[in-house]
Each structure stands twice: as structure tokens, then as C-alpha cells.
Design a protein around this ligand. Structure first.
Ligand SMILES: Cc1cc2nc3c(=O)[nH]c(=O)nc-3n(C[C@H](O)[C@H](O)[C@H](O)COP(=O)(O)OP(=O)(O)OC[C@H]3O[C@@H](n4cnc5c(N)ncnc54)[C@H](O)[C@@H]3O)c2cc1C
Length: 590
């Protein structure tokens, strides 16, 4: 337990006796007021049977590690679609000293907004802890809470394409090409419908198994966000069930404050989104790629390499074509896995040639570890298995053929995190006079842990209209002026406490957390007010309101109070969560 969680635990323990007897506590199954079997049965009838006790597949393992059920589980655990199909599991299995995946008591497998409203009313009337799960990809465990009622949106995966969509009530507004996605869709569903089948583009996430509603409420970045912007900025309309059980339409013309909050204000906080309608854009002819790993022969050579890469990035890649990642590692490796849009194969290769030429001048200092893969492919084939060898298919019989995931994301299934931090790096660091400082900070940070620069998660270099659209969302305004989001993270998996051979390594996890913190501190020294991306951030973030939302927090807090005055919706470090105990069961203040 770090100092902060220790203080929090002491704080809430010390506070409890001081709380008046009438303090509001949500009910657990052991409490006398927990709904009777007859009341649950009535809810189940109201939901046409779509209410189920939640199975916890991992419970088979501590009892019988060698048994068929456990073997079956570990055979499936690396398949993110299988994980997503389990209401009692999450994509990551937890975070050491923070949370571990645990099932709700009952799950409502939602089929529409009416079902969701029934579950919301039931939770409110019976003082239950309510939790919402879509794709289950929250690093912070915000779609997971024991002793709760789960709204599980997975079955709601309808998709409708529109050629002329006008948000409800926006009389006289220009129509948009758009797509309406049920809240249970993951991005693979959206890309198949919009790009592979219809030859258009919708801005979603890089990871294909992330849920659409969770990502939109995060802000949301995909590989091509430098050109198309954050996913939340594409939201035209959402259908949402608020804490009072009302089914509302939120768009620029009605419930516009709620609409703004849903665009990056954090999932599980303002209501349950049942569908989102997103702006669909033209697809470029090509998507580009550049994969390259360079090893430097010494620390000095690595410093020079980072210096050169920063200058090269500023000169050739700091534009709306190129996004995704550069990794700087303690072993003096620079690993580039970048993607782009809009350049033909020759233009893509030409963009990288100056770096290749520079490396070729110093063969003693730099080794290219494997043949660089640089080029472009038909954009329409990017998310389709037949054409893209970097994709893995859900191997289960009968799985939809578009249910694919990127090989690089596969390692996150069943992962237990040791640490995760992110920081937006302002584009001012790319100025000629600042580049040496930036390169040196990357070098210093990489002495402690591998540093990832995600260029598509900062909007500096994007078209002005894209930056303007993002500024009309709840995402921390730091994103507008950032050239990249730095991510430093570590974990192990699949792992879970009590599972022989798969126990998380606690001592190692705490050491790793300290190293990640030292690494990030080297970057904070050059970007002290960077801010952090809410959905890819530290569970233990101290000033989280400011880190995640910057100057937008007071406005978000007011909208939360308006639509959810009693705090029915609670998530760790979500808007308004400061009023609740860490587990969301006890109200500390109004
Ligand atoms: C492997 C992996 C890869 C990722 N890649 C990216 C990426 O490329 N780009 C990026 O921007 N982010 C990425 N993320 C972060 C991800 O976008 C967020 O964690 C997102 O919130 C996950 O949404 P979900 O529905 O999959 O997860 P869930 O855990 O189901 O939900 C996340 C949060 O949203 C809430 N929520 C879900 N559905 C609804 C709903 N219908 N109504 C109201 N609240 C809801 C949940 O209660 C929870 O608080 C990644 C995360 C992982 C684990």
C-alpha cells in the first residue's frame, strides 16, 4: 500500500465513527435491506428473463488448478472476445494494491434502453451499487464492483448507417453521414460495418476490442486521430438513461450539457449510454506504416539517436499523417511502430528516408535490428483479416469473421498491472531550442523504464478544425497543445491471486511501480502541468480532477450534480467520486 492509499484507508476508517447514524450506505447482500428473492424475481420478469447471477470463471482455479474448468479458462484467457463475453470478468484482471476483477451479484444483459431504465430504477429504489460494463477494458477497474448490480451492454450490438443524419431537435441543421452503434459494440464491429463494408471512416479506438460507449466517454484516440481528432468529437447524439430512470436524447440541441459531459467526462458517471451516433468521414485511399527497431551501441550513441529522432519527428512526421508509437528502452533500443494516413507507398517511404540515411552513416553506432517495414496499404483492408497479417482472429467456431485483434494488444488480456502513468507533452518542447532538453529527458526517463510516446494521442499538428472540435469536449484541454501522450506502464499476466503458477508478484510489482514513477518524474521535469489521459492513467493519481480534466472539472461537477444529484453512478476517480468512500458504498459528504 503506498502512502496515499494508506492515508485514504486511515482517513475513511477514522471518518466512519464520526459519520452520523443516518449516513447513507448502499446495501450489500449481507445487509437486511438487500432485495428479497421475490423482488429479484419480479425484476427478472420485467426484464424478460435477462437477469442472471454472475458466474466468476476464475473461481474454478484455486480449488482445482489442474481441472478441466481451469485449463479451459487459461486456454481462453488470451482471447479478448472470450473475456468480453464473460459478465464476471474484465480484460485486465486487476492492478496490484488497487483492484482485482470480481463479479457483481446479478447482471442485467441489456437488450434496450427500456431494460436499462428498469435496472437503474431498481438500483436506485433499493440503494444498490450499480456498475456498467461495455467492453470491460477499464484499466482502473471502473466496470467492476463486487456486491453490485451490473448493467451489461454486450448484447446491444445493432449498427445502422445513415447517409443524412440530423440530430433530434436540430431543426434546419445540415445532415451528416453517420453511424449509430449499440452500446455493446466494440470498435471491430464499427470498423467492419463502416470501413470494410461501406468504404468510409469512423473515428474510434486503436484497440479493436474496446467498447464504443466506454471509449467515447474517455475522449478516445485511434491510430489516425492526428487527422480525424478524438473519437468523442465525432459524437452527434447519444441515447442515455439517467439516474432518474429517464431515457434521454443528448445532442447539441437537447440536453446539450449532458452531451458535452459524455464527450470525455468519463464512463459510468453521468448515466448509462444505450447508443451513440457518430459522424462518418471519407476514407483515404491509403493507410501507412513504418516499423523499425534501432539499437545504439552506447549510452552516448543513444543520446545522439534520441536527439536525431526528435529533430526528424519535428521536421518530417509532426503533421496530420503520422501517429502511434515510439518506444525508448533502458537497453538503448528505439522501437518505432508508427502508422499514418493519406500517403501512397512511395510518399510513405520517402518520409522515412532521411532517418534511414542518417543511421546508415554510423554503422558502428547503430544497428537496425530487423529489416524496416515501411509502406502503405489500401485503407479499406486495414481492419480485415485477409489483407492484414498483424491481426489475430477470434478462433472460436461461429465467431464473426471481423472479430479480430492487433497482435500487439494481445498481451493485455488477463494482465495484472503493476503501474501505469501518462503525461501529455506540449508541442513547445519540439522547438529547436527545446529539442535537446526533450531528448535528454527521454534518455533520463528511459534509464528507469521503457517510455512510450503515443503521437496520435496529442492533437498539436492536427488540422485546426480537428483541434477546434476537440476543444468542445470535456477532455483535458492539455490535449490540444500536446504533440504526444507519454505512457509508462508495466504488468504481468495472465495472473490472479490464489491461482497456482499465476500469482501476481507483489514485491516485484511495487518495485516496478517505483521505477515507473522515477521514469515519469524525468518527463514531469520538462512538462510539469501536462495532464493525464483519464482512461490511460495512474490508479493512484493524486490530483486526478485536474490531471484528467484540467479547467473542465468544475463544469463537469455541476453537470453531475444536475443529472445525478444522489450519486447513483460511482466510479473510482470519476466526476463526483470525491464525495464517496473508495468502494463507492458510503457517502462521505453531499
Ligand atoms: C487493451 C486496451 C487497449 C486500449 N486502447 C485504447 C486506445 O487505443 N485508445 C484509447 O483512447 N483508449 C484505449 N484504451 C482505454 C479504453 O478506451 C478505456 O478504458 C475505455 O473506457 C474502455 O471502454 P470499455 O467499454 O471497453 O470498458 P468498460 O470497462 O466496460 O467501461 C469503461 C468505463 O466506461 C463505463 N461504461 C461502459 N459502457 C458504458 C455505457 N454504455 N454507459 C455508461 N458508461 C459506460 C464503465 O462503467 C467504465 O467506467 C485501452 C484499454 C485497454 C485495456
Amino acid at each position: 500500500m503506498n502512502r496515499r492509499t494508506f492515508m485514504q484507508a486511515i482517513g475513511s476508517a477514522a471518518l466512519s465513527p464520526l459519520l452520523p447514524q443516518s449516513v447513507f450506505r448502499r446495501r450489500r447482500p449481507s445487509d437486511p435491506g438487500w432485495p428479497t428473492p421475490a423482488r429479484w424475481a419480479r425484476l427478472k420478469r420485467q426484464l424478460n428473463g435477462n437477469l442472471l447471477p454472475v458466474d466468476f470463471p476464475l473461481s474454478a482455479c484455486p480449488r482445482d488448478f489442474g481441472g478441466a474448468a481451469c485449463k479451459d479458462l487459461f486456454a481462453n484467457v488470451t482471447n479478448p472476445y472470450w473475456l468480453g463475453d464473460q459478465p464476471g470478468l474484465t480484460e485486465n484482471f486487476g492492478w496490484v494494491d488497487a483492484w482485482m476483477t470480481r463479479p457483481s451479484v446479478q447482471a442485467m444483459a441489456a437488450t434496450g434502453a427500456g431494460d436499462i431504465a428498469a435496472a437503474v430504477n431498481f438500483a436506485r429504489e433499493n440503494d444498490l451499487r450499480l456498475v456498467v460494463k461495455g467492453g470491460g477494458h477499464s484499466y482502473q477497474g471502473t466496470s467492476d464492483a463486487p456486491d453490485s448490480l451490473l448493467v451489461w451492454t454486450r448484447p446491444m450490438n445493432d449498427i445502422t448507417l445513415h447517409s443524412d443524419f440530423v440530430p433530434q431537435g436540430c431543426v434546419g441543421a445540415a445532415p451528416y453521414p453517420a453511424v449509430t452503434l449499440g452500446a455493446g459494440c466494440v470498435w471491430a464491429d464499427a470498423y467492419d460495418a463502416v470501413t470494410t463494408r461501406a468504404g468510409r471512416y469512423v473515428q474510434g479506438g486503436g484497440c479493436m476490442t474496446v467498447g464504443v460507449a466506454g471509449l467515447i466517454q474517455s475522449g478516445g484516440f485511434g491510430s489516425f486521430s492526428k487527422h480525424y481528432g478524438i473519437a468523442a468529437a465525432s459524437l452527434l447524439e447519444a441515447e442515455v438513461v439517467t439516474a432518474d430512470g429517464r431515457i434521454r436524447t443528448a445532442n447539441a440541441c437537447q440536453n446539450s450539457d449532458l452531451f458535452w459531459a459524455l464527450k470525455g467526462g468519463g464512463g459510468g458517471t453521468f448515466g448509462v449510454v444505450s447508443s451513440v451516433t457518430l459522424h462518418v468521414r471519407p476514407l483515404p485511399e491509403f493507410f501507412d506504416y513504418a516499423i523499425l527497431t534501432v539499437r545504439a551501441s552506447s549510452d552516448d550513441a543513444y543520446r545522439r539517436l534520441l536527439r536525431e529522432f526528435v529533430a526528424f519527428y519535428r521536421e518530417r512526421l509532426f503533421n496530420d499523417h503520422w501517429g502511434e508509437e515510439a518506444h525508448c528502452s533502458p537497453s538503448n533500443l528505439l522501437t518505432l511502430s508508427m502508422v499514418g494516413q493519406g500517403l501512397d507507398p512511395a510518399q510513405s517511404r520517402a518520409a522515412w528516408q532521411p532517418l534511414l540515411n542518417w543511421l546508415a552513416q554510423s554503422p558502428q553506432a547503430y544497428t537496425i535490428e530487423s529489416r524496416p517495414i515501411i509502406g502503405a496499404m489500401a485503407a479499406r483492408d486495414w481492419w480485415s483479416r485477409a489483407e492484414n497479417p498483424s491481426l489475430v482472429a477470434d478462433p472460436r467456431p461461429g465467431a464473426p469473421h471481423w472479430h479480430l485483434w492487433w497482435r500487439g494488444d494481445g498481451g493485455q488480456a488477463g494482465l495484472v498491472l503493476h503501474a501505469y502513468e501518462s503525461l501529455w507533452l506540449p508541442a513547445s518542447l519540439l522547438a529547436d531550442s527545446e529539442q535537446p532538453r526533450l531528448a535528454e529527458a527521454l534518455f533520463d526517463a528511459s534509464r528507469h523504464w521503457e517510455v512510450e510516446l503515443h503521437f496520435n494521442k496529442g492533437l498539436a499538428g492536427a488540422p485546426p478544425a480537428v483541434v477546434a472540435a476537440a476543444s468542445d469536449t470535456a477532455t483535458n484541454p492539455a490535449v490540444l497543445a500536446a504533440f504526444a501522450l507519454a505512457i509508462i506502464a508495466g504488468g504481468e499476466g495472465p495472473a490472479y491471486p490464489g491461482v497456482a503458477g499465476h500469482e501476481p508478484h507483489l514485491a516485484q510489482a511495487r518495485k516496478s511501480r517505483a521505477a515507473v514513477q522515477r521514469s515519469m518524474n524525468a518527463l514531469r521535469a520538462i512538462a510539469p502541468v501536462g495532464g493525464s489521459y483519464v482512461s490511460e492513467s495512474n490508479f493512484f493519481e493524486s490530483d486526478w480532477q485536474h490531471s484528467f480534466w484540467g479547467s473542465n472539472y468544475p463544469r463537469l461537477a455541476a453537470i453531475k450534480k444536475k443529472y445525478d444529484p444522489e450519486g447513483l453512478f460511482f466510479v473510482h476517480h470519476g466526476v463526483g467520486s470525491e464525495n464517496w468512500s473508495a468502494d463507492g458504498f458510503t457517502r462521505l459528504r453531499n
